[in-house]
Design a protein around this ligand. Structure first.
Ligand code: XMP
Length: 510
């Protein structure tokens, strides 16, 4: 299968490049700078951006195979990748003191097929401190910015291309044109890959990898674990057992509904494990969010290991990890991306785990996962469910987790989501939920003083959870939710609506 290889130097945007390539129906694979070239028909290589300077000791280096493929496979360097090519070929990269961040106007110098279809000047998205100041022999400057900084260059004979801006972000005008030019003009790709192929390929790989061994899946009822389980089920049938853990941190009534609904809809084999006391005992008194995540990640694995031995020593554990979990837990192949939080199925796993992981969706964004779900024939109401985090309500119950707070949270969350569901707002949002705060405030109820909990309502719109904006829910609906919550959950004294985007906030509160 023909493919484009993306070498990851740690930019938050690396996966966006992979995704833009796939949107052109060309398969893309992300590798680390140290890895060997993967097998397959490699049509082109993209060196990603990254946070470092080529002069830093720890900076990602040019791959050892670069000089061997130079001239035979087209290479595109983006931002840091561009500087790395130039530095490697004895051009000059300098810290000139002239940084460029954000929207930057760029001017083309003349004709190159690389910029086919682009006007002579357009807006690009930059994020760099160092700049290329002298090009190596054989290179030509093809564009510069308003401040005269070289923003694109190429050596057509060696099929080497470099751009200082990020074509993968939507803020770069003609970014899509530039990427598709590289794929089809420079690399000669054929646009023959699809998510259908990806699903088929994964099923084949899993079948070969697992053979006739037993596998368990950590099933949460969310889109990711459902799609991962169905994919593995297609590969190995009933050698897969889905473990649904009731850790007491599920949404209201889910421990009853999920196994029934999903067994019926997906035809999967389930085991329901009641483990609330185990989880709550470990979490008692813990208030640090990272510690909570670690405890839950560890506890999950211990439960899975116990179940694995009960069903006859399963060797593999399926998890619905997707790429945003990987990025934000700093689990990219370089490990250079900044850590935001330990998503429980990436950063929170114990090191001595006995089973091998199967994570078929690790390279995909949520909307790609949903498309795979549709391809596999999973019903719409499951594929388009709002995401729910593995650590469940634990990351929405700030401070210590107690029975009292979790019960209040379940009720308030249920009411908020019901109000949105009735008004057909639930399906419009990426996620909508309640959060309980560890502070109380004074109020007045029936002429008496009250001293109740504060509940924050959060609803966000997003495409892939990397960025998000708060949902513009009509005031009447917020009013309805607030009144219903304070009327029926007597411990709640105050309801607030969270109007923070991501960044600077995250979607969950912990
Ligand atoms: P944040 O809060 O980091 O969340 O903006 C981004 C998306 O990921 C979900 N999330 C998780 N999913 N395990 C998961 O499977 C986790 O530990 C986890 N933490 C957050 C979150 O609900 C949002 O959709």
């Amino acid at each position: 299968m023909e493919k484009i290889i993306i070498v990851d130097y740690g930019s938050q945007y690396t996966r966006l490049i992979a995704r833009r390539v796939r949107e052109n129906h060309v398969f893309s694979e992300v590798v680390s700078p140290q890895s060997t070239l993967p097998p397959g028909e490699i049509k082109g290589i993209i060196l990603s951006g990254g946070p470092e300077s080529v002069y830093e000791e720890s900076a990602g280096k040019i791959p050892v195979w670069f000089d061997q493929i130079k001239g035979s496979i087209p290479v595109l360097g983006v931002c840091y990748g561009f500087q790395l090519i130039i530095h490697h070929l004895k051009g000059v990269v300098e810290h000139t003191g002239k940084s460029e961040y954000g929207r930057t106007n760029m001017h083309l110098n003349g004709k190159t097929t690389f910029f086919n279809g682009c006007p002579s000047s357009f807006i690009t998205w930059m994020s760099h401190g160092d700049s290329v100041t002298r090009l190596p022999h054989g290179f030509e400057k093809t564009a510069q910015t308003d401040s005269g900084i070289i923003s694109a260059a190429e050596n057509e004979q060696l099929s080497l291309y470099g751009i200082q801006f990020h074509p993968e972000v939507k803020h770069t005008e003609y970014g899509e044109t530039i990427i598709s030019n590289f794929l089809f003009e420079q690399c000669g790709c054929k646009a023959s890959w699809s998510l259908e192929d990806f699903a088929e390929q994964k099923i084949k790989e899993i079948r070969e990898y697992v053979g006739n061994k037993q596998v368990i899946s950590g099933f949460s009822g969310g889109v990711d674990s459902s799609v991962a389980s169905v994919l593995v089920h297609k590969a190995i049938g009933d050698n897969l057992t889905n473990i649904f853990v009731d850790h007491g941190l599920l949404r209201k009534d889910e421990e009853i509904e999920v196994p029934v609904v999903f067994k019926r809809a997906l035809g999967l084999k389930f085991r329901l494990v009641h483990a609330k006391d185990e989880f709550f005992n470990e979490l008692a008194g813990v208030i640090d969010p990272e510690q909570k995540r670690k405890i839950i990640g560890e506890k999950f694995i211990r439960v899975f290991e116990r179940e694995a031995s009960e069903i006859g020593n399963a060797d593999f554990l399926v998890q619905g990890t997707i790429y945003s979990d990987v990025i934000e837990s700093a689990g990219t192949k370089t490990g250079k991306t900044a850590k935001i939080k330990s998503h429980h199925n990436v950063g929170g796993l114990p090191e001595d785990m006995k089973m091998s992981l199967i994570e078929p969706l690790r390279d995909l964004f949520k909307d790609e996962v949903r498309k795979i779900g549709e391809i596999l024939g999973i019903p719409d109401h499951i594929v388009h469910r709002q995401p729910f985090p593995g650590p469940g309500l634990a990351v929405r119950c700030l401070g210590e987790i107690t029975d009292e707070k979790i019960n209040i949270l379940k009720e308030a969350d249920y009411i908020f989501r019901e109000v949105l569901r009735e008004a057909q707002w639930l399906e419009k949002a990426w996620q909508s939920f309640a959060v309980i705060l560890p502070v109380r405030s004074v109020g007045v109820v029936g002429d008496r003083r009250s001293y109740g909990y504060t509940v924050a309502l959060r609803s966000v719109d997003s495409v892939e959870a990397m960025t998000a904006d708060w949902s513009r829910i009509p005031h009447e609906l917020l009013d309805e939710a607030s009144r219903r919550i304070t009327n029926s959950v007597k411990e709640v004294g105050r309801v607030v609506y969270d109007i923070t985007s991501k960044p600077p906030g995250t979607i969950e509160w912990e």
